[in-house]
Design a protein around this ligand. Structure first.
Ligand code: PMV
Length: 349
């Protein structure tokens, strides 16, 4: 039954993949399984006011306004339009309403930190919050699963930003609940990983050179794609026991190799891309030197860009931050970095 409207507000965090999603099939189905740490501080907060359209207005299409950081923003509108079109069959009630969407990020928009995961997850949470008004009987389980399902249609990795600290996505034999449709929290995790830190070094804040849509498509007809997808399955299996048992050394090898593999795929596709900058490599080498010298369990991972995520356990936070401040900050644009850590997922405001 239709109601006159409603207001919802949710925040959703970004996430950083340990095993990377790179390559997809139609309808946002991943070509390989992936798993990520949910972040805590890097997040998007989105509020939606749903207002029933007047009786003589067009009920067919979507009607929405988008405000970003307090200002009307047309640049993001096509992405939101596309998201609404993709979720339309699953949320047919939406076309009866006008949506006033306002959004902001805790991290600078042009920082090179992908905001699509947090942004799309936040949108999906709000849509589900409204759906719950229409269907008050809805269980929490359904709420979170469908929210992740909808978020996936906005941006694949967004489905891993909805619920849980470590989230798997994509069918995989050892993660028995993991599936292609929505992200699933991985619950058997050694304590050391549940307080992991992620310091994001902002090496290059420039606009992304490869959109992830283009990036994923580069895996179609890629000479190494088949092998890469097999490898991702095998790596997931290995990582499962590493996460359960708290095996830091193996964790480091897996995570760094995944980051470099993602970039290796981009460097060998057609067209090819090198998204690392000289400073990315300087930082990687410094991390390796520091680890060899101190035996401290610190490692890096990368997104589809030049920024470096420095991952380490909480109990070495002080010494790693000292290292970052004395040896790595100089490689960051305007000395900028963001201290984050593992979080829990989206939250109602
Ligand atoms: O969610 P998308 O389509 O923006 O793709 C994200 C791809 C990577 O960030 C490079 C890897 C991942 O698994 O998050």
């Amino acid at each position: 039954e239709l109601i006159d409207g409603g207001i919802s507000e949710w925040s959703a965090p970004s996430n950083i993949a340990l095993v990377k999603y790179w390559g997809k099939k139609d309808h946002q189905i991943p070509a390989n399984p992936s798993i990520s740490f949910t972040l805590k501080n890097c997040k998007t907060t989105t509020k939606i006011e749903f207002k029933k359209k007047g009786s003589n207005t067009n009920k067919e299409g979507f009607s929405f306004d988008f405000i970003f950081d307090g200002k009307t923003n047309d640049a993001f509108k096509p992405k939101i339009q596309k998201f609404l079109e993709r979720i339309n069959v699953y949320c047919p009630y939406l076309t009866n309403y006008h949506l006033m969407i306002s959004s902001s990020n805790t991290f600078p928009h042009s920082s090179g930190i992908a905001s699509s995961a947090s942004g799309m997850a936040a949108l999906a949470m709000n849509v589900m919050d409204f759906e719950r008004l229409l269907n008050p009987e809805m269980s929490d389980d359904f709420f979170y699963k469908k929210a992740s399902f909808l978020a996936r249609l906005g941006s694949g990795s967004a489905c891993r930003s909805v619920n849980g600290s470590i989230v798997a996505w994509g069918k995989q034999k050892d993660f028995t609940e993991s599936n292609d449709w929505f992200g699933v929290e991985v619950k058997q995790i050694a304590p050391v990983f549940l307080t992991f830190q992620d310091t994001i070094l902002l090496v290059d804040k420039g606009e992304k050179k490869v959109s992830s849509t283009v990036g994923h498509n580069l895996m179609i007809n890629h000479p190494f794609s088949e092998q890469r997808f097999i490898q991702a399955h095998e790596t997931m299996s290995k990582l499962k026991s590493v996460l359960e048992q708290g095996l830091l050394e193996k964790f480091i090898t897996i995570v760094e190799r995944e980051a470099l593999t993602l970039h290796a795929m981009m460097m060998t596709s057609l067209p090819y891309f090198v998204l690392m900058k000289p400073n990315t490599l300087h930082i990687i080498n410094k991390i390796w030197e520091f680890r060899a010298k101190t035996n401290i369990s610190v490692c890096f991972t990368l997104d589809a860009g030049a920024n470096v995520h420095v991952l380490y356990p909480e109990n070495v936070k002080e010494i790693v931050l000292q290292f970052i401040n004395s040896e790595l900050v100089g490689y960051c644009q305007n000395d900028q970095y963001i201290c984050d850590e593992i979080g829990h997922g989206a939250q109602k405001i």
